[in-house]
Design a protein around this ligand. Structure first.
Ligand code: FAD
Ligand code: NAD
Length: 458
C-alpha cells in the first residue's frame, strides 16, 4: 500500500505482534486499508486453544483447530504484510521493534521495523514458579508441539509398559500419568486422558488399561477455582468416580526424570511418574519483560500494565497491549478477554485514524476552518470510550461426556453441570471456532470418535 492516502495524508504503520486470540480478532475486525499493517508472529497460524486439551489423545485432530495466518490476512482489504518471526525487543523511544525470523540456516534474518503504532499481543509462556526439573522433564500444554510431545510420550509409555512383566515396578511407573495444576487446562487434560483409557484403550488392551493411573496435583484445597463451589465440587466428585487420583493441598516441589516430590501439609512424598504434564498458569514472555524494564511505569511482574483504553503505561501515545501478556485488575488471561480486547482495538484504531486525519487537516487549515475541524477533532477524541469487558461465563470439560458451565447473562448467573452441559459445551465451542473450516473439521472429528473411537497412533 502507498505511504499516503489520495488526499496526501500519511498512512501510518501499524505493527501487530502475535497471531493468537487478541491479534487475530483485531485483524479480522480492522479496516486494514487505513494503515500499513505488518504482523509479526513466530507461529504462522491461529490456534483455537479451548480444544487443545482434546488433541493429545486424538479426540480432536490438531489440524482441525488451526487457521493459517495467510488465510486470515488474504481475506482482509488492503495489503497485510506478515513476517514469520519473533519480536525480540521493542524500543518505545525510537518506535522500533527488532525481530528475528523463525527460519534457521541461510534464510535466517534479523531486522528492525519502524512503527507509528504497535499492538502487543504476544501472549504468555507457561510458568513453573521456579520448581526445579520442570523444564527438563515435564511437558506443557500450551502450543501444538506440546500436544504432539504428550501424545508421543503417552503412546510410547503404553507400548514400553506392555513389554514388561505385570509385576515389574517400572511398568507401574510408566503407566503413571501425572498432571500438575488443577486449573481448567490441567483438569480438562486429565479428563481427556481418563476418557481415552476408559473408552478406547480398555477395548484394545483391557488388562493394561486397568493399570493406568491418572493423578492430578493441585496446591490449593480445590480445583477449578474460578468456578462456583457447586461446580468444582461436582467435578471433584466425578473425578473420584472415574478413579482419577485427585490430590488437593498438594504442591509439587521438585521434579526428576522419574519422580516428583509433593508437599501436603508437612508431609513430603516421592511419586513415580511416566508422563508429567505441567499446567500451573502463565508468566510473561521475554519480549514483554524487556519492554517492562524500559518503562518506569511498568512495575508489575505479572504482565504489561495498561490503562482502561489498553494503552501501555509509559508509552500511551503509540503502544497498545492486550490479552495474556497484560495485567489489569479484573481481567483474566482468557480467550474471551483477549477476543473482546481485539474487537475493541479494531474499533479504537478506526477512530484513531480519523483523529490522526483531522490533526493532519488542522495543521494546514485556513483560520476560518480551524473551529470546525477542532470541534470534529474533540468529538472524535471523546468517542474513544474505555474498554468494557462483558463476562459471558466459563465452561470446562470434566470427562465422561460431562461438562460444567458458569453462565452470566446480564445480572443473572446460571450454573449447569452434566451431560446436557457437555452438549452445550460442544455447541458453544463450535460457534466460537474462528472459521467455517475449523467448525466442520471439529464436528467431523467428534463424529468420527463417536463411531470409530480415537486414533492413538503416533
Ligand atoms: P495467544 O493466543 O497465546 O497468542 C499469542 C501469540 O503471540 C501467538 O501467536 C504466539 O506465537 C505469538 N508470540 C509469542 N511470542 C512472540 C514474540 N516474541 N513476538 C511476536 N509474537 C509472539 N481461554 C478461554 O477463555 N476459554 C478456554 O476454553 C480456554 N482454554 C484454554 C486451553 C488451553 C490448553 C490453554 C493453554 C489456554 C486456554 N485458554 C482458554 C486461555 C486462552 O488460550 C488465552 O487466554 C488466549 O490465548 C490469550 O490470547 P492472546 O492473544 O493474549 O495470546
Ligand atoms: P491456572 O492459573 O488457571 O491454574 C493453575 C493451577 O495450578 C492453580 O490452581 C494453582 O494453584 C496450581 N499450582 C500452581 N503451582 C502448583 C504446584 N507447584 N503444584 C500443584 N499445583 C500448582 O492455569 P491454567 O489452567 O493453565 O489456565 C491458564 C489460563 O487459561 C487461566 O486464566 C484459565 O482461566 C484459562 N483457561 C481457561 C479454560 C476454560 O475456560 N475452559 C481452559 C484452559 C485455560
Amino acid at each position: 500500500q502507498s505511504a499516503t492516502f489520495p488526499d496526501g495524508s500519511p498512512r501510518k504503520t501499524l505493527v501487530v505482534l502475535g497471531s493468537g486470540w487478541g491479534s487475530v480478532t483485531l485483524l479480522k475486525n480492522l479496516d486494514t486499508t487505513l494503515y500499513n499493517v505488518v504482523v509479526v508472529s513466530p507461529r504462522n497460524y491461529f490456534l483455537f486453544t479451548p480444544l487443545l486439551p482434546s488433541t493429545p489423545v486424538g479426540t480432536v485432530e490438531l489440524k482441525s483447530i488451526v487457521e493459517p495466518v495467510r488465510s486470515i490476512t488474504r481475506r482482509r482489504p488492503g495489503e497485510v504484510i506478515y513476517y514469520e518471526a519473533e519480536a525480540l525487543e521493542v524500543d518505545p523511544q525510537s518506535k522500533k521493534v527488532r525481530i528475528r525470523s523463525v527460519e534457521q540456516g541461510e534464510h535466517k534474518y534479523e531486522m528492525e521495523l519502524n512503527y507509528d503504532c504497535l499492538v502487543v499481543g504476544v501472549g504468555a509462556q507457561p510458568t513453573t514458579f521456579g520448581t526445579p526439573g520442570v523444564y527438563e522433564h515435564a511437558s506443557f500444554l500450551k502450543e501444538i508441539p506440546d500436544a504432539q510431545d504428550i501424545r508421543v510420550k503417552v503412546m510410547n509409555n503404553i507400548e514400553k509398559a506392555a513389554a514388561l512383566s505385570p509385576n515389574d515396578p517400572e511398568r507401574k511407573r510408566l503407566l503413571s500419568f501425572v498432571v500438575v495444576g488443577g486449573g481448567p487446562t490441567g483438569v480438562e487434560f486429565a479428563a481427556e486422558l481418563q476418557d481415552y483409557v476408559d473408552q478406547d484403550l480398555s477395548k484394545w488392551m483391557p488388562e493394561l488399561s486397568k493399570e493406568i493411573k491418572v493423578t492430578l496435583c493441585e496446591a490449593l484445597p480445590n480445583i477449578l477455582n474460578m468456578f462456583d463451589k457447586s461446580l468444582w465440587q461436582y467435578a471433584q466428585d466425578l473425578f473420584k468416580q472415574e478413579k482419577i487420583d485427585l490430590k488437593v493441598n498438594t504442591m509439587v516441589k521438585n521434579v526428576t526424570a522419574t519422580h516428583i516430590t509433593t508437599k501436603c501439609g508437612d508431609q513430603l512424598e516421592e511419586l513415580p511418574y511416566g508422563v508429567l504434564v505441567w499446567a500451573t498458569g502463565n508468566a510473561p514472555r521475554d519480549v514483554s519483560k524487556s519492554l517492562m524494564k524500559k518503562l518506569d511505569q511498568q512495575t508489575s511482574p505479572r504482565g504489561l500494565l495498561i490503562n482502561d483504553k489498553l494503552q501501555l503505561l509509559g508509552a500511551e501515545d503509540s503502544i497498545y497491549a492486550m490479552g495474556d501478556c497484560t495485567f489489569y485488575p479484573g481481567l483474566f488471561p482468557t480467550a474471551q478477554v483477549a477476543h473482546q480486547e481485539g474487537e475493541y482495538l479494531a474499533h479504537v484504531l478506526k477512530k484513531q485514524h480519523k483523529i490522526d486525519h483531522l490533526r493532519w487537516q488542522l495543521a494546514d487549515a485556513e483560520p476560518s476552518q480551524v473551529p470546525r475541524i477542532t470541534a470534529r477533532l474533540e468529538k472524535a477524541e471523546a468517542a474513544i470510550q474505555p474498554f468494557k469487558y462483558n463476562h459471558q461465563g466459563a465452561l470446562a470439560y470434566i470427562g465422561s461426556e460431562k461438562a460444567i458451565a458458569d453462565i452470566a447473562i446480564g445480572e443473572s448467573k446460571y450454573r449447569l453441570a452434566g451431560s446436557w452441559t457437555f452438549l452445550f459445551w460442544k455447541s458453544s465451542y463450535l460457534v466460537m471456532c474462528l472459521s467455517f473450516r475449523n467448525r466442520i473439521l471439529v464436528a467431523l472429528d467428534w463424529l468420527k470418535v463417536s463411531f470409530l473411537g480415537r486414533d492413538s497412533s503416533v
